[in-house]
Design a protein around this ligand. Structure first.
Ligand code: FES
Length: 238
């Protein structure tokens, strides 16, 4: 049985099981921590770094989504330093891809766009990289526009952990990293894709979307995720 740990978030006493993360306890207590790669029902990978928090006595910032709680720790989720880092992370994501909201299928329903607004990002201090990445429209129902991908890997995880197909993966490192289907084959030629569309629904931006959607028309439906996760937890589904 997991031990209960008591600690503080923003000077308030909170508690949770030792196997829970700072992010989980913060959410249970209605304390907002921005996230992008994290999604309830999927494993946490700590890739976007947006959920950085300060812990008293720690020299480094901690990623709330993958840091387990500890007895007596003192966590701070909001400070000028954190706000600056988070804004910078979103700026870098915007500069790295081609996030032209005005012509994006997810305009108005994009988590990256939401984060920019929440964190007060209104311009970039770094130059746009303007990549010219491929757009894969070979699938009969979906499109993958790599230029809008922020490498959160939600598509990789939902396909592997929930659908069990593992069609998606990441190829390359650093600035060269990109999500691929199968062995970097066109999505439409994939032997493993079940066309379930879960990857499209969990994508936070307009990188993965349904064919036939125009500007601002792509809304994501994620209700299936908590349901399937709880079924899996009950041993009724894999
Ligand atoms: Fe924690 Fe992305 S939400 S690193």
């Amino acid at each position: 049985m997991a031990t209960v740990k008591t600690f503080k978030i923003n000077d308030e006493d909170v508690s949770g099981r030792e196997d829970e993360t700072i992010l989980q306890i913060a959410r249970e207590n209605d304390i907002f921590i921005p996230t992008l790669c994290n999604m309830e029902g999927l494993s946490s990978v700590g890739s976007c770094r947006l959920c950085l928090v300060e812990v008293k006595g720690w020299t480094k910032l901690a990623t709330a989504c993958v840091t387990k709680i500890q007895e007596g720790m003192e966590v701070y989720t909001d400070s000028e330093r954190l706000r600056e880092y988070r804004r910078m992370i979103v700026e870098l994501l915007f500069s790295e891809g081609n996030h032209i909201c005005a012509v994006c299928v997810s305009n108005g329903r994009c988590e990256l766009q939401d984060m920019a607004q929440i964190l007060g990002m209104n311009h970039l201090v770094v130059p746009y990289r303007r990549p010219n990445l491929k757009i894969d429209a070979s699938h009969e129902r979906f499109i993958n526009d790599q230029n809008r991908c922020i490498l959160c890997t939600r598509c990789v995880r939902v396909c592997d952990e929930i659908e069990g197909a593992h069609t998606w993966d990441v190829m390359g490192r650093g600035i060269e990293a990109t999500v691929i289907t199968d062995l970097n084959e066109p999505w439409g030629a994939s032997q493993s894709c079940t066309t379930c569309g879960k990857c499209v629904q969990v994508c936070p931006t307009g990188a993965l979307f349904e064919k036939g959607k125009s500007v601002a028309e792509m809304s994501k439906k994620r209700e299936f995720l908590p349901y399937l996760t709880s079924m899996r937890g009950n041993g009724k589904a894999k």
